[in-house]
Design a protein around this ligand. Sequence first.
Ligand code: MN
Length: 243
Amino acid sequence: MHSLFISDLHLCTNSPHTTRLFHHFIRHSAPHAEALYILGDLFEYWAGDDDLASPFHIEITAALHALAGHGTRIYIMHGNRDLLMGKALAGACNAILLADPTLLDLYGTPTLLSHGDALCTDDTAYQDFRLQVRNATWQQQFLSLPLAQRKAQIEKLREQSKTEKGQKAMSIMDVNLQAVHQLLHAHNYPRIIHGHTHRPAHHLHRLDGHTCDRWVLGDWDKHANALRCDASGVSWETIPIGI
Ligand code: MN
């Protein structure tokens, strides 16, 4: 019995290699797990659930739906890029949407799941933007725009953020240690699993007499990346090569 954790696939029609990795993983690795947790940024962007009918989105949701039919429970958390994923998307994948953060008992170990962008508090401009787009009224207004207009706005934002990223110091885009400590303290020192920073690693945090593991998932640009968790602990999942 084990669970798998993935994030930051950034699936889109422009990255067929990553899409192939995704299908391979869903067919060959994920069916062995009792649960698959997708911790945000499954999609490069999500303009709204009325975009479910695009052939690419049908392909992805059908693959996840088939996996769920096979018996693997699927949990999806919002990332910063696909925070507009709604109930219809979850239904199409036969998945359960998870709040960020979610604390659960994972084979006896309290484990906190998060996308990870909330921890990057040094990037104050991003945190302001995050607050704005997570606002229910803002989301309602945005979703009331025609789909094509939403997509155009998102494209513009992506271009902007690409330029900005090039100008920001690398350290600003990583998690803030103080924010990690606050999260650990607030949730009684759990193990943390998150993504977002694209810096796969295993960190140990010693805080208030506790030693806490923090596992950071990697992105899927060139290679698949998944974490495996069972009663004996956490390890990187070996992904069978075959594509
Ligand atoms: Mn992200």
